[in-house]
Write a protein that binds this ligand. Structure first.
Ligand code: CP
Length: 316
């Protein structure tokens, strides 16, 4: 199967087959990353600009590492040291980068829809590394790869996403990706952090649960989200302590989950708020496995967007 997309902006616009192709391709790249020499020539001659308007540790570093592992040429932009501080607009900045003959722009931006907006003006491929509270497709893909490697399939599996759903691009992308792949999604969090009509998101809708104990019962995986104070105009719960007591995932809260239920978190974590120290570092945690899978998934996305087809000779 050929991946015929020029951009990766949301998972909502991809088919289940396209998501499956990305995950399978990431599986091949994961094998490359386990070799002593973790580099292939697949994107030699391709130039990629990492355009980060918001802070990032995992996404920025893993995109950059993925690009280097694929032998692409990379340039990095950060808002604080750019001419954005002198008032340059997003469109002008991006058009100037395109004028330098870049092939792919990987962008994180604080405004939902920034990538869609730019795609109207640029000829280069755009990969979404997170836009506002809208979408974070490569995070959801690496989450799905982590689950698929555990279970072999996502079909019929039950994933509960817990926390600040309203402000979470990770939640939205996971809901779209997981439901397209046949998983059942439940969201759980304070009513003040639930977006309107959340139950209608995804393919065929999702379940909403406000009681943490009920939300974890029967779950195959929990994906725990950070409380995004930076995106809240007004505090949406009385205190961190109260949030932790009602929605914090602790060993005690996990007692209600099946023994084989695994724990995920996209990072960065607020230890002691949405997740306890013991759960974050416990036997059920796959949080660092998610980070490892981030490099393989981003290699797959860049490779497919650049028009690549998996040919074992390219992986030598
Ligand atoms: N999960 C995630 O997007 O982390 P960063 O903000 O560190 O990239």
């Amino acid at each position: 199967m050929q991946f015929n997309r020029k951009h990766l902006i949301t998972l909502e616009e991809l088919t289940a087959d396209e998501i499956g192709l990305i995950l399978d391709t990431a599986g091949s790249f994961k094998e490359v990353l386990e070799r002593p020499i973790k580099k292939v020539p697949a994107l030699r001659g391709t130039t990629i600009c990492n355009l980060f308007y918001e802070p990032s540790t995992r996404t920025r570093l893993s995109f950059e590492l993925a690009e280097k592992r694929l032998s692409a040429d990379t340039i990095n932009f950060s808002k604080a040291t750019s001419s954005v501080t002198k008032g340059e607009s997003l469109r002008d900045t991006a058009e100037n980068i395109e004028a330098m003959k870049v092939d792919i722009v990987v962008m994180r931006h604080g405004s939902s829809g920034a990538h869609k907006f730019l795609s109207q003006y640029l000829d280069v491929s755009i990969v979404n590394a997170g836009d506002g509270q809208h979408a974070h497709p490569t995070q959801a893909l690496l989450d799905m790869l982590t689950l698929k490697q555990r279970w072999g399939t996502l079909e019929g599996k039950r994933v509960t996403i817990i926390g600040d759903i309203m402000h979470s691009r990770v939640a939205r992308s996971n809901i779209w990706g997981l439901t397209k792949m046949g998983a059942e999604v439940t969201v759980c969090g304070p009513p003040t952090m639930m977006p309107p009509e959340v139950e209608n998101l995804g393919v065929g809708g999702i379940k909403v649960e406000y009681d943490l104990r009920k939300a974890v019962e029967g779950a195959d995986a929990l994906n725990i989200l950070r409380v995004q104070l930076e995106r809240q105009k007004n505090r949406l719960f009385p205190s961190m302590q109260e949030y932790c007591e009602i929605f914090g995932v602790t060993d005690e809260a996990l007692d209600a989950a099946p023994l084989e239920c695994i724990v995920m978190h996209p990072g960065p974590m607020n230890r002691g708020v949405e997740i306890s120290q013991e759960v974050a570092d416990g036997d059920r945690s796959v949080i660092l496995e998610q980070v490892t899978n981030g490099v393989a998934v981003r290699m797959a996305v860049l490779f497919l967007i650049a028009g690549g087809k998996i040919d074992e000779s390219e992986l030598q």
